[in-house]
Design a protein around this ligand. Structure first.
Ligand SMILES: C[S@@+](CC[C@H](N)C(=O)[O-])C[C@H]1O[C@@H](n2cnc3c(N)ncnc32)[C@H](O)[C@@H]1O
Length: 205
């Protein structure tokens, strides 16, 4: 999900090594670009001590941009399902709280980390690789975790926008959030991408 020239070499190597072996989990062959990272992280508060959750951090191309926005005292938790990528993140980005786990268990993972409200969720999860019931479960977990004034952003590739998988994701987003804005395209990404910015989780999801 990005341009090859921008990720630091060790991150790029680690990403491609896992992506080539586990394409059905990673869903991209290169990390997101800085332009996409900036678009996705605009919802991260730059003041106060927010709790920010990143889903599917990979080798951390979005994590670095989240970090730059955060003030001291903020919490940055990153939930990565792949054990090798989680180990890489713990080694290279010790400033964030890496949790090796499944975004579908987000509520339980946050409870274990002592988190009871989340101000922003930034996801680069490969939605189209998930069956509908898994999308529902993850979106429900995000909706329940977010504070009423919180925001959630995620990404889809531009070429996929008209396809059935992306259309069903948009339907699901609208059933969990009162507001769903589509922004972009972000041309400076491989491939170009659109972002969704979602606010006001509908309670009872
Ligand atoms: C498309 S990559 C994005 C990586 C990175 N954030 C970026 O933008 O370059 C998707 C990431 O989500 C992770 N992932 C896939 N399913 C997951 C799940 N259920 N829970 C947590 N992480 C997951 C993959 O291992 C991979 O690191």
């Amino acid at each position: 999900m990005g341009t090859m020239k921008t990720a630091p070499a060790p991150d790029l190597r680690a990403f491609m090594s896992v992506a080539l072996r586990r394409q059905s989990v990673v869903g991209a062959i290169v990390p997101s670009s800085p332009a996409l990272a900036r678009a996705l992280t605009a919802v991260v508060p730059t003041s106060g001590t927010p709790v920010v959750v990143e889903l599917g951090p990979g080798t951390g191309s979005i994590s670095e941009v989240i970090r730059r926005r955060l003030s001291p005292g903020a919490r940055h938790l990153a939930v990565e399902i792949d054990p090798d990528l989680a180990a890489h993140l713990r080694r290279t980005k010790p400033w964030m709280e890496t949790i090796q786990g499944d975004a579908a268990d987000l509520g339980a993972l946050l409870a274990r980390a002592g988190v009871d409200r989340v101000d922003a969720v930034v996801s680069t999860l490969p939605w189209t690789l998930f069956p509908g019931e898994v999308q529902d479960r993850i979106l429900g977990e995000i909706g329940r975790a977010l504070a009423p004034a919180g925001a959630f952003t995620t990404v889809t590739y531009l070429y996929a926008v008209p396809l059935a998988g992306a259309r069903s994701l948009r339907r699901r987003l609208r059933s969990v959030f009162d507001e769903v804005l589509t922004t972009g395209p972000v041309w400076r990404n491989l491939p170009p991408a659109m972002t969704y910015v979602c606010r006001r989780p509908v309670r009872g999801v």
